[in-house]
Design a protein around this ligand. Structure first.
Ligand SMILES: CC(=O)N[C@H]1[C@@H](OP(=O)(O)OP(=O)(O)OC[C@H]2O[C@@H](n3ccc(=O)[nH]c3=O)[C@H](O)[C@@H]2O)O[C@H](CO)[C@@H](O)[C@@H]1O[C@H](C)C(=O)N[C@@H](C)C(=O)N[C@H](CCC(=O)O)C(=O)O
Ligand SMILES: Nc1ncnc2c1ncn2[C@@H]1O[C@H](COP(=O)(O)OP(=O)(O)OP(=O)(O)O)[C@@H](O)[C@H]1O
Ligand SMILES: N[C@H](CCC[C@H](N)C(=O)O)C(=O)O
Ligand SMILES: [Mg+2]
Length: 549
């Protein structure tokens, strides 16, 4: 459990390892049927024989499992449950606890705790020889996969009540989902699940995982449905696919942005990372999408097109002349991006404040998806005009300083190369960078990120970016192996001080990029998370320095 103060000074208690739904009460109870207890409380109290009938109708444990999903069981299967949970610490009386095997521990270790807290049923991959107490035990082959199936049933298939769009790829998921939400927002409300927040229709809450656990996702989709959302856009991370967090989800469209190096701490190789992403398009997540929207400027995208099964409609996008939806006459500058978007049905002149060539790709992805789903191109065009950008993605900080200052979420070598390459081309003065590498993440990307920064920046400050439980010195040592120009680099552990020194160095005409944390409002250490927001810090420091001078 991690406690921290948000920038607004509200105490937020983040159970990073537990379902956000439990923590933030994101998951609604499934819409109640008239159970005997409810019926007795209601003014239209039922006669006893009606109550008996309703009791028979109340959902039971067995209603959430198909016979062939159960390998063996002990105890009654016809008992009602009060909710589903995957963390023993969150169990309340009447719950069904899923004991999931994990990378660090095994949920099976916490079965006794779950039962002590009142769990009435346990799903596990190994049945205990002597089942303790009166709880029902259900043995299944893959508890994580079963969790998704049960969650989907428990929340009554909310994905089938709305148009669901899943966006995957190494970079651009957040940008494309926010763009899509903006484009599709009209008569019908649009829900969103992703890195920055979860928009549930009636309320928006900060996010704790890009793609949350299946129990959270289905719970959130149920809330969106109840709030009147008929569409939802969702970032689908490779962890999410691999851990069956979206198993069984009916995607109306699946979007592929790109694939570059990341997360090789988790995936064995780039090929395996790609194979995992591919599952979203081939039906290996349980259901084939109706539409696949794929970036063919990326060689992995062209490969993906070949893997999409027949029956899934494919719409390709990119700068490539063979793309179904393509960009022509691209013009890039620091203020806006313009291009002509061409597809078989016509052409649109795009003018967007999103800067950088990669944003042409993001804009194509979003517009191609909206067109592919049959939305009116003229409405798309008019909505695009009012899209101002995504928090912490090339976000400009204007505090009266005589140089450009930007905060961006680039945290891979590819993203850094793109972001810095773009800024290099439009910066008359020097390009200064503050950046770090995340702890407990892909160690091998660290030297590559350093190399990318050294290639483009005139001067860089290497600092902390969520060291988590790794010693910062170890992260720095990994980064050091990528240093090519030590004279253009300073190591500063404290991120605020690194930003301060970079601001001291900046002169008119220069550009400062603070990369890696984007919208994040915290800095995560081994056992504490402190409030930290790059945007706020840059603004504050500029104001302080202006006052002093
Ligand atoms: C690497 C990774 O994805 N790890 C996920 C994995 O953790 P794990 O296998 O280590 O789980 P574990 O700690 O061994 O615990 C096993 C089970 O025991 C349970 N448990 C544990 C302790 C206890 O007292 N009681 C109890 O019941 C846990 O709830 C869990 O279900 O399973 C856990 C839930 O079962 C996840 O919360 C956890 O995500 C961690 C927090 C995480 O940081 N994930 C990141 C890397 C992630 O998923 N990121 C992607 C975005 C990536 C991108 O940028 O593209 C995301 O979608 O957010
Ligand atoms: N299409 C793209 N191609 C390459 N780089 C991109 C692209 N879009 C955005 N970026 C870079 O990657 C950073 C992250 O973008 P974004 O948040 O949209 O990606 P994401 O896929 O959601 O990332 P994450 O997996 O961390 O949630 C941006 O700040 C920018 O530097
Ligand atoms: N979704 C990414 C975000 C990385 C952001 C960066 N600030 C870091 O902590 O490495 C991850 O969890 O790997
Ligand atoms: Mg994201």
């Amino acid at each position: 459990m991690i406690s921290y103060l948000t920038q607004n000074h509200f105490l937020v208690t983040a159970f990073r390892d537990t379902p956000a739904a439990a923590m933030l009460d994101l998951a609604p109870a499934p819409r109640a049927r008239r159970t005997p207890a409810r019926a007795a409380r209601s003014p239209r109290a039922l006669k006893p024989h009606h109550a008996n009938n309703l009791f028979k109708m109340a959902p039971k444990l067995s209603d959430y499992f198909k016979d062939d999903e159960i390998i063996a069981s002990k105890g009654p299967l016809d008992r009602p449950i009060s909710g589903i949970v995957m963390d023993s610490r969150r169990v309340v009386p009447g719950n069904l606890y899923f004991a999931l095997p994990g990378l660090r521990t095994d949920g099976g270790e916490y079965i006794d705790e779950a039962i002590n807290r009142g769990a009435v049923a346990i799903v596990t991959n190994k049945l205990p020889l002597h089942a303790p107490g009166k709880a029902t035990f259900i043995q299944v082959a893959d508890p994580r996969a079963q969790l998704a199936r049960v969650s989907q049933r428990y929340y009554r298939f909310p994905d089938r009540d709305m148009t669901v769009i899943g966006v995957t790829g190494t970079n651009g998921k957040t940008t494309v989902t926010h763009l899509l939400k903006h484009l599709l927002n009209g008569d019908q409300r649009v829900g969103l699940v992703g890195t920055i927040n979860y928009d549930l229709g009636a309320r928006t809450v900060p996010s704790f995982k890009t793609t949350p656990e299946s129990i959270d996702i289905y719970g959130m989709l149920a809330q969106m449905r109840d709030a009147g959302c008929r569409q939802t856009v969702m970032e689908v991370s490779s962890h999410g696919i691999d851990q069956n967090r979206v198993l069984g989800m009916h995607f109306d469209a699946a979007v592929f942005t790109n694939l570059t190096r990341d997360h090789l701490d988790y995936h064995k190789s780039l090929d395996e990372y790609f194979d995992v992403k591919t599952r979203l398009f081939t039906g290996k997540t349980g259901a084939q999408p109706k539409l696949a929207v794929i970036n063919i400027d990326d060689p992995r995208g062209s490969e993906l097109v070949k893997r999409v099964p027949e029956g899934v409609r494919v719409l390709t996008f990119g700068e490539s002349p063979s793309a179904d939806v393509r960009a022509e006459n691209i013009s890039l500058n620091f203020k806006n991006t313009t291009f002509r978007l061409v597809w078989s049905g016509g052409a649109l002149d795009i003018d967007s404040p999103l800067i950088g060539r990669y944003n042409v790709s993001n804009l194509l992805a979003a517009v191609a998806t909206a067109i592919g789903l049959g939305r009116d191109p003229l409405v798309i065009m008019s909505r695009l005009k009012t899209f101002t950008g995504v928090a912490g993605r090339m976000e400009r900080i204007e505090a009266g300083q005589p140089f450009n200052a930007l905060v961006d979420y680039a945290h891979t070598d590819d993203a850094l190369r793109n972001a810095l390459g773009m800024l290099r081309a439009i910066t008359p003065g020097r390009l200064l960078v503050v950046f770090g590498c995340g702890g407990n993440r892909d160690r091998a990307k660290r030297p590559l990120m350093m190399r990318a920064v050294q290639e483009f920046a005139d001067y860089a400050f290497a600092t902390a970016d969520n060291p988590r439980s790794e010693p910062l010195q170890q992260i720095f040592d990994d980064m050091k192996t990528g240093v090519t120009a030590p004279e253009k680099l300073t190591w500063i552990e404290d991120r605020r001080r690194a930003i301060s020194l970079a601001l001291d160095m900046a002169k008119p005409g220069d550009c400062l990029l603070v990369a890696g944390k984007g919208h994040e409002s915290y800095q995560e250490f081994a056992d504490t998370v402190i409030p930290f927001d790059d945007r706020q810090t840059v603004r504050e420091l500029i104001n302080l320095k202006t006052l002093k001078s």
